[in-house]
Design a protein around this ligand. Structure first.
Ligand SMILES: Nc1ncnc2c1ncn2[C@@H]1O[C@H](COP(=O)(O)OP(=O)(O)OP(=O)(O)O)[C@@H](O)[C@H]1O
Length: 304
């Protein structure tokens, strides 16, 4: 396995306050990795240290084999970053913003126009090259920021809450580009989010709380380990249903007319349903979510 990012025993203090407390993790090359956690968990601090913006207190952080503390320029040349808040210049055009980035990264002048076309094509905004940034919607600006971060062909793209504040359709749209970059360009994507549905589609997730990684795995594995699926059943004969649920040792509660049944495996539920078939009004099985994982680990909802 080839790891693009390796973090070992990372600690970051702000004065006497420890924002990141002895964190270690690795991110596989070409994968999409998410830091999931509530506000203040330490996600941005970690991302900013990896991006060479903040200095660590202790530990080792490497990107593509380069140390983020001692080899900052080399690290900067292989990463692209999209911050939480826009850093585009509103008084300039799309093209001018991208050119600024090209000059900053000392791209050869002869390739700049071609590169601008290339990155704008990736986010489907080539037609907006001459538009002022101030005339674009929030979602378009975010796409331009992603395009800009790709100008120097980074191996790793850091996205700090890339879709916060965007409407659901624009969020879906941004995700289309993120997955395209990972699949087609083989870029390693490292993002922070507090949206469960976004973390669900990542290859690996680190769940973070109070500066610690409290779980780290594929979303499916986390859900399997920490959550139970639940069946929601509405019945025309509640008494008979309760007798059956008890008979098959199923753990249940009655809420708002529905029986909520915790499932370890499906067979006792299947037996219950087949014996109760004629009286069932409605039934739905809900899978465990990453929020349930967070709840199981911390006793609180991820949104606080
Ligand atoms: N410059 C700073 N000085 C002091 N404390 C800070 C500083 N920056 C962050 N913190 C604190 O460190 C902790 C982690 O903050 P961080 O921004 O990394 O969290 P986060 O998980 O990214 O949350 P958010 O989603 O709100 O950005 C928080 O308690 C925050 O208040």
């Amino acid at each position: 396995m080839n790891n693009m990012i390796v973090v070992k025993d990372f600690v970051k203090n702000y004065g006497h306050f420890t924002a990141v407390n002895d964190v270690s993790f690795e991110v596989e090359s070409g994968s999409i990795f998410a830091f999931l956690g509530p506000n203040g968990a330490g996600k941005s601090t970690t991302i900013n240290t990896l991006c060479t913006i903040l200095d660590k207190t202790s530990g080792t952080l490497r990107i593509d084999g380069k140390d983020v503390s001692t080899d900052k320029d080399a690290v900067r040349s292989v990463i692209g970053v999209v911050f939480q808040d826009s850093t585009l210049d509103n008084k300039m055009t799309v093209e001018e913003n991208l050119k600024m980035h090209a000059y900053f990264y000392k791209l050869p002048r002869t390739i700049i126009n071609e590169r601008i076309q290339f990155v704008l094509d990736i986010v489907d905004l080539a037609a907006w090259k001459k538009a002022m940034i101030s005339s674009l919607s929030g979602g378009m600006k975010r796409r331009i920021e992603i395009a800009r971060s790709l100008m120097h062909f980074p191996k790793v793209l850091f996205l700090d809450e890339p879709t916060t504040g965007l409407d659901p359709q624009t969020r879906a749209n941004i995700w289309e580009y993120i997955t395209k970059l990972q699949k087609e360009k083989k870029i390693t994507i490292f993002l922070t989010t507090h949206y469960m549905d976004e973390a669900e589609i990542c290859h690996k997730v680190a769940v973070m709380d109070h500066g610690k990684i409290i779980a780290f795995d594929e979303p499916y594995a986390l859900k399997k380990r920490y959550t139970k699926d639940k069946a929601y059943i509405a019945s025309n004969d509640k008494q008979a249903l309760e007798v059956l649920l008890k008979k098959y040792n199923l753990n249940f509660q009655n809420k708002n007319g529905h029986y909520i049944v915790q499932l370890r495996d499906l067979s006792p539920l299947m037996e219950t349903i087949s014996e109760h078939r004629s009286a069932i009004k409605d039934m739905e099985i809900k899978k465990g979510t990453l929020n349930d994982v967070f709840l199981a680990l911390t006793g609180k909802d991820i949104r606080g």
